[in-house]
Write a protein that binds this ligand. Structure first.
Ligand code: NAP
Length: 249
């Protein structure tokens, strides 16, 4: 039997990379999307291959429709039709109040985190849906605890982009439930990855750890475990759900 095929956007580092390693270990052929750091993505492919798995690296900015279409075309040609999408690529921006946010900043945030996730989901549905001749599949969208907390004085634009992801999960799950596709979300809390450095606050997760009921940051693997479960047949009756992986925060 052919192995199941998963596309992980932003799969080269952090939560995406941890998910890629777990899924490769479970027999998935893994397409690892990245934006800029080809070396990091290629090193992960080599690691998966060294462990006996199958993976490819695919460059694309998910905020650019033409690049997303080219990414899917590459995955179709090199691995085949996906049965799982981890809609994981996402960005934060530097700390700012709403009264300081430019339209350029807001448009970049929404283009990558919201439009990118929609277009990646759209292309997945075209390949998975029984309505389009597919044989079903699973989508997991990466939200954030920020969608519930609002992120005042840090980045409400990011929090709002993740609120949109929660709505995408809920609505799309209902839209394609009869077409063999489950759609769920994961809301990570403070996870130790490089995303905080990209927002100019490398120590952010550790500095805020005292606000977490469990009094610690989470690991990328702890989030990946939830994603892998939602993708698995053990979650066969779960759709439209968003699972908090946030230490109680
Ligand atoms: P990360 O460590 O910053 O890794 C980001 C990944 O996304 C990298 O593979 C990066 O590729 C890729 N990427 C960035 N911009 C992209 C774009 N425009 N198109 C395609 N790929 C892009 O991130 P993370 O912390 O693992 O976060 C993963 C997801 O979880 C995000 O959606 C984030 O919002 C969410 N999340 C994270 C936390 C947390 O505390 N870490 C909390 C809540 C939610 P390059 O290496 O090429 O740049």
């Amino acid at each position: 039997m052919n192995p199941p095929i998963v596309l992980i956007t932003g799969g080269s580092r952090g939560i995406g990379a941890a998910t890629a390693l777990l899924l490769a270990g479970r027999g998935f052929a893994v397409a690892i999307n990245y934006a800029r750091q080809a070396d990091t993505a290629n090193a992960l492919v080599q690691r998966i291959e060294a462990e006996g798995g199958r993976a490819i690296a695919v460059q694309a900015d998910v905020g650019d429709e033409a690049q997303v279409l080219a990414m899917y075309a590459q995955v179709d040609a090199k691995l085949g039709r996906i049965s799982a999408l981890v809609n994981n690529a996402g960005i934060v921006d530097v700390k700012a109040r709403v009264d300081e946010m430019s339209v350029q900043r807001l448009e970049r945030m929404m283009r990558i985190n919201v439009v990118g996730a929609f277009v990646c989901a759209r292309e997945a549905v075209k390949r998975m849906s029984t309505r389009h001749g597919g044989s079903g599949g699973v989508i997991v969208n990466l939200s954030s605890a920020a969608a519930r907390l609002g992120s005042p004085d840090q980045y409400i634009d990011y929090a709002a982009s993740k609120g949109a992801i929660d709505t995408l999960t809920m609505g799309l799950a209902k839209e394609v439930a009869e077409e063999g596709i489950r759609v769920n979300g994961v809301r990570p809390g403070l996870i130790d990855t490089e995303i905080h450095a990209s927002g100019g606050m490398p120590e952010r997760a550790f500095q805020l750890a005292h606000t977490v009921p469990m009094k610690r940051t989470g690991t990328a693997e702890e989030v990946a475990n939830a994603i892998v479960w939602l993708l698995s047949p053990e979650a066969s009756y779960v759709t439209g759900a968003t699972l908090d992986v946030s230490g109680g925060r």
